[in-house]
Design a protein around this ligand. Structure first.
Ligand code: ARG
Length: 483
């Protein structure tokens, strides 16, 4: 450890090397060195524009920082420093000299600096995860069109319940994913505020311009309160929660694929390209990718608990505990991006077995509710229709026949309102087509779901693509420097 920048005579001598090393965040901080450099370039530019430091010095600092940012900070030695902020300042001190480098930290603390770096990092990750989430949701919406004529059972309590189109199942996966995307969009909106200029805890007596820094970093707003800002990790909590929500959505889809690919369900088949084998059992075709998506979500969910536990009980202002946010902030986006990619790649290799799907509803029992609703259409009160169909089901079961083998005459002995059109709903495809209430499995209802999801996905994708790239930020700071 060289360190030393953040120590003065008042600090009271050199700290024990081992303790400095143990307290260091440098290994984790490397993930956001570019964000640190961009934040510093914007800060230096603002200090020059407001006359807080000489304009020539601001130019030299910003130019150096931007050129380091272009290569992702590759030249900055990270070893032996306490954190990324110290590493950058130490490097600038060596290359530009203390008279210039020593001005960069004016009106700034590592407390507002790390908050800024993390907000820029989370903003990038949230935008990219939102883009990936939208791409998968769109792929699901499109897939639902191809699979609309596949009829299978929907399950409640994991028991066959009612016949549906596979499109309803796929759009159910898409709906949950879109809600997770909306949670990510919330996190993206809330993280998108400038923390810099809060100083250590109470702002600065120098005439800084936070709005200018915000503009240079593409933040639409500045945070409200300096003391709150340096202690605030709500954005990290929201982000880990949003990641967990994406993982939970992928997990439910995965459970369906895992279950449906068993010989017991036999509703979907996995291509060899996504199935794993067994080292011992030659016949095995295992859904490992989908099991792993579910399994990896454990880390994403643990990260929410990590963040909640970390912020619980903290005092107002910055607390060094906050440095432990990185354990969650670095792993959540990595796990989530990996799972999104895996499902996006694997899903086209999951095929519905049309015949097997149809067999799952061809005994007619899953159409019992549709039959009762058909009687309701003939004017029978629902509870009476429900009981009549129950009796009909019993009659079929007693005769060990499927429901659709019951004759009209037999049905009429149970209830006089049964007629041929009523019994026609025992055809599962017809039953599916008849459910046109909003959110239902009928073709118009499905089209409406696609339109609604499509509109919401587009809105999310637009929000993600409005986040400026690093190249945009660099160009904007350069423009500010020459004007
Ligand atoms: N490494 C620290 C962190 O990540 C930077 C802020 C440290 N601030 C301080 N006053 N020691 O949180």
């Amino acid at each position: 450890m060289t360190g030393g920048i953040a120590r003065t005579e008042a600090t009271g001598g050199a700290m024990m090397t081992e303790l400095v090393e143990w307290s260091s965040s440098i290994d984790d901080d490397a993930a956001f060195i570019t964000h640190d450099l961009l934040g510093s370039a914007a800060h230096a530019t603002m200090l020059g524009k407001t006359g807080v430091i000489p304009s020539a010095h601001a130019h030299t600092l910003a130019d150096a920082l931007l050129s380091l940012a272009r290569t992702g900070g590759a030249e900055v030695p990270m070893q032996g420093e306490e954190d990324v902020h110290m590493a950058v300042e130490a490097y600038l001190t060596k290359t530009l000299g203390p008279d210039i480098a020593g001005r960069l930290h004016t009106a700034r603390s590592r407390n507002d600096q790390v908050a800024t770096d993390l907000r820029l990092f989370v903003r990038d990750r949230a935008a990219s995860l939102l883009t990936e989430t939208c791409a998968l949701a769109r792929a699901l919406v499109e897939r639902s069109v191809q699979e609309e004529d596949v009829t299978l059972a929907a399950y409640t309590h994991r028991q066959r319940a009612q016949p549906i189109s596979a499109a309803l199942l796929i759009l159910a996966w898409a709906s949950q994913l879109v809600r997770a995307g909306e949670t990510m969009a919330f996190a993206l909106d809330h993280v998108n505020e400038l923390a810099l200029g809060s100083g250590a805890c109470s702002g600065s007596s120098l005439p800084i311009d936070r709005e200018l820094t915000a503009r240079l970093l593409g933040f639409p707003r500045v945070t409200i309160n300096a003391l709150d800002t340096v202690g605030d990790r709500d954005f990290a909590l929201d982000f880990t929660w949003a990641c967990a929500r994406v993982l939970l959505a992928l997990g439910k889809l995965s459970t369906d694929v895992v279950d449906f690919s068993t010989s017991e369900f036999g509703l979907v088949k996995l291509d060899g390209s996504v199935a794993a084998g067994s080292s011992m059992m030659p016949q095995k075709k295992n859904p490992d990718v989908f099991e792993l998506v579910r399994g990896k979500s454990a880390r994403g969910i643990a990260n929410v608990t990590h963040m909640l536990t970390l912020v619980k009980g903290l005092a107002s202002g910055y607390n060094r505990d906050q440095q432990e946010d990185r354990a969650a902030l670095l792993s959540s986006p990595a796990v989530t991006a990996g799972a999104l990619r895996a499902v996006t790649l694997a899903l086209p290799h999951v095929r519905f077995d049309r015949e097997a799907c149809l067999r799952s509803v061809s005994d007619g029992f899953t159409q019992a509710t549709d039959l009762a609703e058909a009687l309701v259409k003939n004017g029978v009160p629902f509870r009476e229709a429900y009981k009549a169909v129950g009796a009909l089901v019993r009659l079929a079961q007693d005769g060990e026949r499927p429901l659709r083998a019951v004759t009209l005459a037999e049905a009429q002995t149970v209830h006089a309102s049964f007629d041929q059109p009523t019994l026609d709903v025992l055809d599962p495809a017809r039953a599916v087509l008849a459910k046109e209430s909003l959110g239902g499995s009928g073709p118009r209802a499905l089209a409406r779901q696609r339109a609604e999801l499509g509109a919401r996905i587009s809105q999310l994708a637009n929000q993600a693509s409005a986040i400026p790239s690093h190249a945009d930020l660099i160009a904007g700071i350069e423009r500010e420097l020459i004007t």
